[in-house]
Ligand binder design. Sequence first.
Ligand code: F3S
Length: 755
Amino acid sequence: MAFDIDIIKKVYSQMAERVDAARDVVGKPLTLSEKILYNHLWDGTPKTAFTRGKDYVDFAPDRIACQDATAQMALLQFMQAGKDKVAVPTTVHCDHLIQAKDGAEKDLKHANDVSKEVFEFLESVSNKYGIGFWKPGAGIIHQVVLENYAFPGGMMIGTDSHTVNAGGLGMVAIGVGGADAVDVMAGMAWELKFPKLIGVKLTGKLSGWTAPKDVILKVAEILTVKGGTGAIVEYFGPGATSMSCTGKGTICNMGAEIGATTSTFGYDDSMERYLRATDRSDVADAANKVREYLTADPEVYANPEQYFDQVIEINLSELNPLLNGPFTPDLSTPAGKEMTKKATDNDWPLQVEWGLIGSCTNSSYEDLSRASSIAQQALDKKLKTKAEFGINPGSEQVRYTTERDGILEIFEKLDATIFTNACGPCIGQWARYSDPKNAPKNSIVHSFNRNFAKRADGNPNTHAFVASPELTAAIAIAGRLDFNPMTDKLINEDGEEVMLDEPTGWELPPKGFEVKENGYLEPREDGSSVVVKVADDSERLQLLTPFTPIGDSITGAKLLIKAFGKCTTDHISMAGPWLRFRGHLDNISNNCLIGAVNAYNKKTNFVKNQLTGEYGGVPDTQREYKKEGIWTVVVGDHNYGEGSSREHAAMEPRHLGVAAVIVKSFARIHETNLKKQGMLGLTFDNEADYDLIQEDDTFNFLDLNEFAPNKPLHIEVVHSDGSKDTIKVNHTYNEAQIEWYKAGSALNLIAAQNA
Ligand code: F3S
């Protein structure tokens, strides 16, 4: 179930009919992105054209990937669906929960100790429900997906924002919240707003010190961190086909940093080479038979302005190696003198303390081999490395092969620390300091993707710059942020001036990939006897119990909080230290709405308990109401629930007994998440009614028994002086979603249908 060539063949076999039908309904030649999207419609052969950036469309993804942090709640929810197996091939990858400190061996052992129960839980659920399981140390989700599962023309979703990496192998691969993944695992459609399309034409050829990383660093400079929002970025042109498949993966990976829905490339020889090198000649053979469907129609790339919403052109021959940062991935500076000035003007430390190479973005064989060619020169030219080196290979296959080929040994001779094949320093899982909050100001360079404050090591004073692996290596050797390897000399141990030559490397291992134990566990064919392991006294995991339906009569509900201003999913369910409890709904519910600002006192986590008249934290107050069997209402402002799609922001209020969220407007994903959890997500018909709501209000729903699509509801709001207002509220529930509400949640309904 984890890898299925038959599924790929099915996707290809239906491609001609569906893509041709799409071309007819759209009425013009199609981009690659449109071909993939129209070939994955939930309703089959396209019958109508969709408007980009407007229409919500149901899709049928080919596969799902989950990482260990987000998989916990996703799988706990899936277990409630009453299914024997996941409906779509799914894999779980243990990569986020492994801290980098002393090097791979010790760090992996430590992670296996401290997160044992989480790994065992994920392994047992995977085994039970037909999910492929990649053990801690097997590799980073996106590198493992590229090596094993991605295929040209496919569509996948993953519970991680860098799922987009698989665009390097010609997929439309999109990062989603756990709730979306659960829907697809349970056999439901996946909804997405039909994306806009940005075309990036690459001309010329990379050479010398420039690398695929510089392409995306340049695109980030042009489009900024928001420029790709709601769009698929499609790369094409001679510059695209001249790059390696893993280089394309790097470019697609960092599409997340410009907010793009995803990025992709057309099928070409580099992808075929990669598929064959990773033991998937069957996929390459199948792809070759439908080659013309795995790239745009020829007219599109000839006249891109006519077919894309926006077109950018980059000449790779003119591109310079770039450093992006600090604190944002779109702030570009060419290596060298310009950096001297910028760093001095902005007080960025010029001395570099660490060079980190790896992460899901840049941990391919090609990346490590090119960076090692620079490291080898440091040894040959008797240079003393000024900064420390850290390497985290993307997968055990890459690690094993690079070790066999002597690549890792080169770094080790420079005293590099080889970390586990895992996320480590890319996600703040780097035990660099004992007290990161008070650690000194410093600069680091890495080949990762994100460089927000505290992202790598928890130190708000670490200035992180993003660069290609080869430039990262050169800068770590020189120890200066403004080192330009193309022009600057270094002094070696003998006092001689030396220069670094251009990097060299291999796109793919000349002796082929090799791995002894790749860390993969195939699930049992019949998992019915597998027992899912969760200890009763676990702090981090808790099996879910189905939510009880709220019902068609809500009276005497109390106001829990009227949120003032911005209320994102982070205000509703904070991240940071709370992430430890993301598999334990009751424990993580202690962060419920603690970031929301109370409209009556402008304080956070300080609301009135109407039963006692006392003020307290939101979760504690809500638990008091729940104890008394009293439903509550949350009131909010505009765009309530914007931000990350985390399902906890809907599950926590539901778990604690909030019946309805009434706001001026919702962020759509959060609104849908509330519906999925069987709650009421409502909007004021008259926005000014927000001002009517007072701190001691009680709510009586007047016509909930007539809950129906396109029919507003009415609520009597009783104020503390006995006066009353009746307000009209709107909703966007369709018939199916009203059934979710009546069943207590979407999963309850699926479970009932499977019973
Ligand atoms: Fe992991 Fe960083 Fe990638 S957290 S999945 S290596 S973006």
